[in-house]
Design a binder for this molecule. Structure first.
Ligand code: B12
Ligand code: SF4
Ligand code: SF4
Length: 390
């Protein structure tokens, strides 16, 4: 088989397995990309993601990552599933990429399957390593350099032929000597919708995403509280955020996820019952429920923080409009549970978020009771934080 035929076979088998697009990348260092990356780091836009700051040279040198490698098979696969109408009540939205089973596990298994089939057709052992969403590699840069798609203004890779952005990027670095593909020349043209639509103004055209402001960072990677000035902008996102993708014209006719592992029935689903999160007693209970899904990342503490913020936003909307469909009785129950939460919780960050959630409810009774219990609050830190908005 000629190298060209082998490359075609790789793309055919990858497509048979469900990968929507496959390109071949060289493992040459990504010099220009590293400079862009360092500029982003220098601006402080990696926020608290210390692992991203450690070694930019390493992240942009695929050969260093896997010294046996000679080329990379770079693939994309859709995770898109239709979002149903939100259930009435206190529910939070989960970003589409996270509704099913943990994609790291699912994709790596498919890439290993790809490798096994390649070993069959080449008749030799292939040294290979599978990666996806692995911080040790600057994946979008590698994908863009070899035509998996182009980086849109929201920084995500947009595939050609309307493959859009609802897809994961993954790589199989192998010891196969393969000819690398050229970049794909796509463009955003005169569109600026993602930056205009981003609820927190996190997108800076030409630079990238300022993670300090991005809801995805704030709800998944962030270990602190949600900054006060950004809490309302979270809206009902309890895990991740899809707004910049929802407004992107390249996502008008998204391809559906090819594997049932990405279906909402197999994982956490599109919506989470917020009080079921708040009522969880232990990290092990949380772990048990979400262990096979991407939602385990922020741990129970992070998810409770997110849930409290979204409950606050829903309570805030109850006063502003009757469109939430939440009855006064349901509001009363929710407020009661929040007061109980404050009584039982010892974590200051979570307590403060619960106070904030209550402060969003513009009901005179709630406000009166809130003032009373703040006066009795033992933690001085919490008292002074809450003082800013009650
Ligand atoms: C850290 C990280 C985040 C951070 C920071 C995001 C960011 N945009 O930087 C946070 C937590 C906010 C995040 C959020 C999300 N993420 Co994320 N994230 C990553 C991770 C681990 C590293 C990203 C990174 O290196 N950022 C650094 C900056 C500098 O990179 P950049 O902005 O893309 O680079 C820009 C410039 O440097 C410039 N550039 C780059 N090279 C060059 C070269 C030249 C010559 C020039 C001129 C310019 C230039 O163009 C780039 C694009 O504008 C990658 C996986 C990986 N290992 O790479 C996944 C990844 C980017 N995330 C992914 C996803 C799905 C998401 C979310 C959609 C999840 C969600 N729904 O909540 C959101 C989307 C938010 C957004 N608009 O980016 C996917 C994206 C798939 C795709 N189609 O592109 C990835 C690739 C994971 C994967 N393997 O599938 N993420
Ligand atoms: S994920 Fe949400 S918050 Fe982050 S850049 Fe996109 S729209 Fe903005
Ligand atoms: S929304 Fe518009 S500007 Fe943003 S990535 Fe999509 S096409 Fe580009």
């Amino acid at each position: 088989m000629t190298p060209h035929q082998l490359k075609e076979e790789i793309k055919r088998i990858a497509s048979e397995l469900g990968f929507q697009r496959t390109v071949i990348a060289s493992l040459e260092p990504m010099e220009a990309e590293r400079q862009e990356y360092e500029r982003w780091l220098a601006l402080g836009y990696a926020a608290g993601m210390e692992y991203l700051k450690r070694n930019p040279h390493f992240r942009t040198s695929p050969q260093m990552l896997y010294p046996d490698g000679r080329s990379a098979i770079v693939v994309s696969v859709s995770y898109y599933t239709e979002v149903p109408e939100p259930p009435p009540g206190f529910f939070g939205k989960v970003a589409r990429y996270a509704v099913g089973l943990d994609y790291h596990v699912v994709i790596r298994a498919k890439l290993r399957e790809l490798n096994a089939r390649l070993e069959k057709i080449t008749g030799r052992k292939i040294l290979a390593k599978a990666y996806t969403d692995d911080v040790s590699l600057f994946e979008q840069a590698l994908a863009a350099r070899h035509g998996l798609g182009f980086a849109g203004r929201h920084t995500l890779i947009i595939g050609p032929q309307m493959l859009g952005t609802y897809n994961f990027v993954a790589e199989l670095i192998t010891d196969l000597e393969l000819e690398a593909d050229e970049p794909y020349q796509g463009t955003c043209g005169k569109c600026f919708r993602c930056g205009e639509g981003c609820p927190t103004d996190a997108i800076e055209y030409g630079i990238g995403v300022n993670a300090n402001k991005c809801i995805s960072y704030l709800t998944i990677e962030n270990k602190e509280g949600i900054p006060l000035e950004l809490r309302k902008q979270l809206g009902s996102w309890v895990f991740g955020c899809d707004v910049c993708q929802e407004v992107c014209p390249y996502n008008q006719r998204p391809n559906h996820a090819p594997w049932e592992e990405f279906s909402p029935e197999r994982g956490a689903g599109h919506y989470l019952d917020l009080f079921s999160i708040l009522q969880m007693d232990s990290q092990s209970e949380f772990h048990q429920r979400f262990v096979h899904t991407p939602l385990r990342r922020p741990k129970l503490r992070g998810m409770k923080r997110n849930a409290l913020t979204v409950v606050g936003n829903i309570l805030g909307n109850c006063a502003a409009a009757s469109s939430t469909g939440i009855t006064p009785q349901e509001q009363f129950e929710a407020v009661k549970k929040l007061f109980e939460f404050i009584q039982e919780e010892s974590d200051e960050m979570l307590k403060e978020h619960a106070y904030w959630a209550l402060a969003q409810h513009e009901e005179p009774e709630t406000r009166k009771k809130l003032k009373q219990i703040i006066d009795r609050e033992e933690s001085q830190i919490v008292r002074s934080l809450v003082g800013a908005y009650v």
